[in-house]
Write a protein that binds this ligand. Structure first.
Ligand code: GZL
Length: 334
């Protein structure tokens, strides 16, 4: 069956020049006033934006960083200040405080975990600096602490993965092990929730679940542990391609054939994952589009201009089986 495609509503602009090509669909969001009534910075016409990135843990993150850096350029009216938090919340909080001290026009970040942000976001609000969330959400009760959240629906991604697994393997008594993303991160929490909801009522059973922190190395190590502990694993559900690729290494080192002896389902659809899918080592991938730069640039410009912005911009995702991956891989942007 060709790829199970939810209608893509985000035109993933390939370059900075495609700002106008945005089409991110908004979910049932209300709209926020841009910048909380800020007069808007950028007196010189240049928007100084401070961005705190999670880290460089995966192929997805590298593609996401490239999209942001390729779009928020001087030619596009931005002075981008970019920091890599190496997957540590304290580094992100430090970076955000630094941007506040510098008096940037806008702050944007992908929160490594959902909790622990209210204090620093209150400081940004007190300084009159609007904040935009990209990729991952915060669990703050106070939605006035940020102008907009641009990112995929991770629960739906988990559901899409689970629905495919049920469709393919229900009735075979499959034993599943789960490689979770970073503990406390929105995609890890939500992809787990969505997958479990989808397999509810089937005869598939999750017999083990542990974080591999979204990295290939940790995914391999955790999978090695699973293989030592269980002799009846039928399928791996990995919250991202990189951990799935690590699992492939562990399965092959154990003398088994990934994609056959042990099936693998992942999320992201970055090039390395899609190649493994074409090669039959992964069986299904749900995409999580990392090209958020154009959406961020558009929302930042609106916020600085004091225009209304959508509180929630949902990046729609698609999914790939092997046939769909063979068709899509040659023209993949990431
Ligand atoms: C998802 C993103 C996740 C990716 C991982 O939007 O936050 O973090 O799925 C990445 O590959 O490390």
């Amino acid at each position: 069956m060709a790829r199970t495609t939810l209608t893509r509503t985000v035109l993933a602009a390939a370059s900075a020049a495609a700002l106008f090509a945005l089409g991110a669909c908004s979910s049932d969001a209300g709209t926020a006033t841009g910048g909380g009534g800020q007069s808007g910075g950028a007196d010189d016409g240049v928007i100084t934006l401070g961005f705190s990135q999670v880290g460089a843990e995966s192929g997805w993150r590298a593609a996401n960083t490239k999209s942001i850096q390729d779009t928020l350029t001087a030619e596009n009216g931005f002075d981008l200040k970019f920091s890599d938090a190496q997957q540590k919340q304290e580094n992100q909080i430090q970076a955000i405080r630094s941007y506040i001290t510098q008096g940037v026009d806008v702050i944007a970040f992908s929160p490594v975990v959902e909790t622990g942000w209210d204090a620093v976001l209150e400081e940004a609000k007190a300084a009159g600096i609007p904040v935009i969330l990209t990729d991952r959400a915060v669990d703050s009760e106070d939605e006035s602490l940020y102008e907009s959240f641009i990112g995929s629906d991770f629960v739906k991604e988990g559901q899409m993965a689970g629905e495919w697994v049920v469709d393919q393997y229900d009735g075979e008594g499959y034993k599943v092990v789960e490689l979770q993303g970073t503990t406390g991160a929105a995609p890890a929490i939500d992809r787990k929730e969505g997958f479990e909801a989808a397999i509810e009522g089937s005869d598939l059973e999750i017999i083990d679940s542990q974080t591999g922190n979204f990295t290939r190395a940790e995914g391999k190590t955790v999978m090695e542990g699973f293989l030592n502990k269980h002799d009846d694993i039928d399928l791996v559900y990995a919250h991202n391609d990189d951990m799935g690729l690590g699992a492939i290494e562990a399965i092959e080192a154990a003398g088994m054939t990934p994609g056959e002896d042990i099936k693998i389902v992942t999320v992201d659809a970055v090039k390395d994952g899609m190649q493994a899918l074409v090669d039959g080592k992964i069986n299904y991938i749900v995409e999580c589009n990392p090209l958020l730069g154009p959406d961020l640039a558009e929302i930042a410009k609106k916020v600085v201009a004091g225009e209304e912005v959508e509180k929630r911009i949902v990046v729609e995702d698609q999914a790939f089986d092997q046939e769909a991956a063979k068709e899509a891989l040659p023209t993949r942007e990431y």
